[in-house]
Design a protein around this ligand. Sequence first.
Ligand SMILES: [Zn+2]
Ligand SMILES: [Zn+2]
Length: 95
Amino acid sequence: MEMLAGAAILLAGILIGRFLPSRRSAAPKPKGIQPVCGCGHGSSFHGEDGRCQATNETAQWDGGNWAGIGTVPCTCQKYVGPEPLPSFYAPEIAD
Ligand SMILES: [Zn+2]
Ligand SMILES: [Zn+2]
């Protein structure tokens, strides 16, 4: 009986081992080195004016109730030159 229990534990260990990820390096490797802006989006998301055209996921709340994940346009401006229209850009999106 003792041996049977030991064999069962051994078998269980083998089975569990099969279901566990065998490789530790599961992180996807990026294709080449892409410049990433401070907002976390690649520089390719930024238009000629420097504004980021990607979206960020944000939690949506409806009167205190969870309303799911929504997307808001990224407010990043990679453009570092003089702001042509300071009043146009109003970062009101708070997270
Ligand atoms: Zn961005
Ligand atoms: Zn950016």
